[in-house]
Design a protein around this ligand. Sequence first.
Ligand code: FEO
Length: 405
Amino acid sequence: MKAVEIKPDIYWVGAIDWAVRDFHGYITPNGTTYNNYLIVDKQVTLLDAVKHDFAEVTIGNIKGIIEPSRIENLVINHIEPDHASSIDKIMKLIPDATIYITEKGRKGLERYFDTSGWKFKIVKTGDILNIGKRNLLFIETPMIHWPDSMMTYIKEDKLLISQDAFGQHYASASRFDDEFIKCFSVSELEDAVRDYYANILMPFGALIKKKVEEIQKMGLEIDMIAPDHGIIWRDDPSKVIKAYLDMADGKADLVVVIIYDTMWHSTEQMIPPILQGIKDEGVEVKVIKLRSTPMSGAIKEFWKSRGCLVGTPTLNNIMFPSVAEFLSHLRGLRPKKRIVGAFGSYGWGGGAVKEAYEEFKKMGLEVVEPGVQVVYRASSEDEKRCYEFGREFAKRMKEYHGKFL
Ligand code: FEO
């Protein structure tokens, strides 16, 4: 797709990756985009690059606007390879350009590339680069989500180039939110935002809240947010800012998600009575089987819901491998403000449910215990216990949810 003018003389020159389905393990059913932006001013400036496979695409898009050798400045907001791995190819075209980057960004780039001969200018929050009619203000955003990360604000255009923040993994021919929702739905876009946040940004909620509040205190007028993935926000960027503040606060739906796996259906057969118990407390339930769902989809559903029940059979005295993988992945994302419990079947020794609770406690989550376990297969008595467990869990979740309203 050719370049798109997003503001006068500011162009999206990125690439659409319709095909990617495995983004470093994060499953991306809708593909993604690698967005970068070209400003044609007295000093032509390129903000960010793209994934190496798409170097020729962005170079082609730039050539559709200007001769690339006219680029004097390259701003690198983030060095993760999905954005920065084409820098060497771009720098071959603009060897005299100056790279504006954070100190940590520069150190990181030196690990990826032979940077000898590249001119760097290290920037910090508050530094301004005048490129002619425009002033580019740099705002460091360390650990949102890498140490090097920063954003660039263009005052004259009320435009925030936000790198990964506010992005979504969504390949679309639409570049803007208003275009997208004309054809698709608002909820599809909101879901993509939550998916991205849950899988990439969940650990950094406190930092995100602080940084968004800091930007708000800076009094920057923002009428467009252009992230490095997905759709650009121009309809009402304050909506995505609010969504981020809500997610950073751990906002969740009053829903229980049951995330489970099963060997011979015994753990699975515990779900209907548990689910009925939850429903009888007036709470909505969603069920996710791990081996039928990408890990990133399960993480997103966990994050959307206030409560989660994990179902796991015992295999060789420990959790079923897919459940162990899910909980390990979840622990790395440092979830907060969620209430959890576990259930499962076993044949002789047991151990999986106990292990699941140990994982929950390592994460510091609110737990409802004891969980419920059955031997081999649920009897009618066991089904009653499952039902009561579901009811009790839903009651406790409603109380817990009330703390955050
Ligand atoms: Fe899209 Fe952190 O890179």
